[in-house]
Design a protein around this ligand. Structure first.
Ligand code: FES
Length: 147
């Protein structure tokens, strides 16, 4: 049994300890806002926070997380008005939308670390992939949320 905290709630996963966090969240916890893209740590669609750091949930097992604090897109804000979510709406960022929860989680970790990021900071932090190419709007929304 693996115990850690998800979105402020203690959870115990009765699953194979080698289960990737992504699948524990989606299949056992019902938190489907975290998306599967590549399963190889490349796309970032599965990004969550582990102890406040952006983490690709397909690349960590639940055994790796004993005692940690995990936050998913569902737990980013109590009332869905996180400044990034407001900026995402105002800038009309999503096209298909599939990658956007991972994008927002990556951006939230960035702004927590650097509230007024430079272009270089944004480039370094935002390595997630968007097939629709919404990168300019993502950058604009991060700037709006940082302002
Ligand atoms: Fe985890 Fe692509 S699904 S990085």
């Amino acid at each position: 049994m693996t115990k850690f905290t998800v979105n402020g709630n203690p959870v115990e996963f009765l699953m194979d300890p080698a289960t990737p966090l992504l699948w524990a969240l989606r299949e056992a916890a019902g938190l489907t806002g975290t998306k599967f893209g590549c399963g190889a740590g490349l796309c970032g669609a599965c990004t969550v926070h582990v102890d406040g750091k952006a983490t690709r949930s397909c690349q960590v097992t639940i055994a790796d997380l004993e005692g940690t604090f995990v936050t998913t897109i569902e737990g980013l804000s109590d009332n869905r008005d996180h400044p990034l979510q407001q900026a995402w709406i105002a800038a009309q960022v999503p096209q298909c939308g599939y990658c956007q929860s991972g994008m927002i989680m990556a951006a939230a970790a960035l702004l927590k670390d650097k509230p007024n990021p430079s272009d270089e900071d944004i480039n370094a932090a935002m390595t997630n992939i968007c097939r629709c190419g919404t990168y300019p709007r993502i950058r604009r929304a991060i700037r709006m949320a940082a302002a």
